[in-house]
Design a protein around this ligand. Structure first.
Ligand SMILES: C[S@@+](CC[C@H](N)C(=O)[O-])C[C@H]1O[C@@H](n2cnc3c(N)ncnc32)[C@H](O)[C@@H]1O
Length: 317
């Protein structure tokens, strides 16, 4: 490989095999609680369930979310991206996917939680893939040294999302691209309930939180299986959009996250509900608020997409 690892970093980084520990814990209580919550989620999932179905679903979603459309589209995009980071990689399956689809590049998966140990173990056979444990808001790369940053479903969990965005943007090379995802703001009752539960759940144990998560899965499943559709009026004061809804989707988008997908294992369904109400840091944004981050830094917005759950954009210098 022509890229020399040590040339990429502004300060020395020590690897043991494919893993370097930059920082184990955060001085910010909310970030620390967020790390703890994801450590609990990922390690339990790794021990108790196959994560494969969820991973296949997630990779296909990435192709849609950032406009790559097909795997070939992603491969073409990655061709000239020599240094790639997967910021907030969780179990590392997207880092591994990027490394496999950009075999001449070097990929770094970074996460603050215990998931990084699972990722480093799972993917140690991939030669162009390394992992860091640390804060994506404070990485040791030289400014301008990174050709592609993927920060998928992560930045809203960091202590100061806009600052994290600024830091990751500063690492971009002159032709670099940064693909980023944020949670979308939803209807008012759902936002109020989400805020309430995110605080309330911090006073309960992980066991109680898992029990709550499987109750939400059960509710989602029961409502979905009713298979009831109806037409709701527009209720602008509450941010509820009118139209035809399935009853589960209506409650899900407007009142309470009660996720259920019949293709997923019960554990992946529960983990999806767990990671909504458990981490302290989980900001939501309007499209305008998200675009304003890029505009403030005078970045080009090369791609923007909104859906009910999220907004995604690709920016460049
Ligand atoms: C919802 S998961 C997404 C994981 C992965 N990107 C995926 O799409 O499967 C969010 C991840 O962000 C990580 N995270 C949150 N704040 C972080 C930070 N400041 N630095 C690094 N990782 C962070 C969490 O530990 C968690 O693994």
């Amino acid at each position: 490989m022509s890229i020399k690892l040590e040339n990429l970093f502004a300060s020395p980084v020590t690897f043991i095999d494919n893993l370097a520990i930059l920082q184990n814990s955060s001085e910010h209580p909310n970030q620390e609680q967020t790390n703890d919550s994801f450590s609990e989620k990922w390690v339990k999932l790794d021990n108790e369930s196959s994560t494969e179905v969820g991973e296949v679903f997630q990779k296909e979603w990435v192709l849609d979310l950032y406009g790559f459309k097909t795997l070939q589209g992603l491969q073409d995009f990655l061709k000239d991206k020599k240094v790639i980071i997967d910021a907030g990689c969780g179990l590392g399956y997207k880092s591994a996917w990027l490394a496999e689809n950009a075999p001449n590049s070097i990929v770094f998966g970074i996460d603050y939680s215990d998931a990084i140990n699972v990722a480093a173990r799972r993917y140690k056979q991939i030669p162009n893939l390394y992992f860091f444990r640390g804060d994506i808001a404070n990485l040791p790369f030289k400014k301008g040294s990174v050709d592609f940053v993927l920060c998928d479903q992560v930045i809203h969990h960091t202590e100061n999302p806009e600052k994290t965005f600024e830091h990751l943007s500063s690492l971009l090379s002159a032709t670099g691209k940064f693909a980023c995802y944020v949670y979308a703001k939803k209807a008012l009752p759902r936002e109020l309930l989400d805020d309430y539960f995110r605080k309330a759940t911090h006073t309960i144990s992980h066991e109680e939180m898992w029990a709550f998560s499987s109750q939400l899965t059960e509710l989602g499943k029961t409502l979905s299986q009713l298979n009831v559709k109806f037409t709701s009026p527009d209720i602008p004061v509450l941010g509820i959009k009118g139209g035809e809804y399935d009853i589960q989707r209506f409650i899900y988008w407007n009142f309470l996250k009660c996720f259920w997908n019949e293709k997923f294992t019960p554990q992946i369904n529960d983990a999806t509900n767990f990671d909504w109400y458990s981490p302290s840091n989980a900001e939501r944004y309007s499209p305008e608020e998200f675009k304003a981050w890029a505009n403030k830094l005078k970045l080009n917005i090369d791609f923007f997409r909104s859906e009910e759950a999220c907004h995604t954009m690709i920016v460049s210098k």
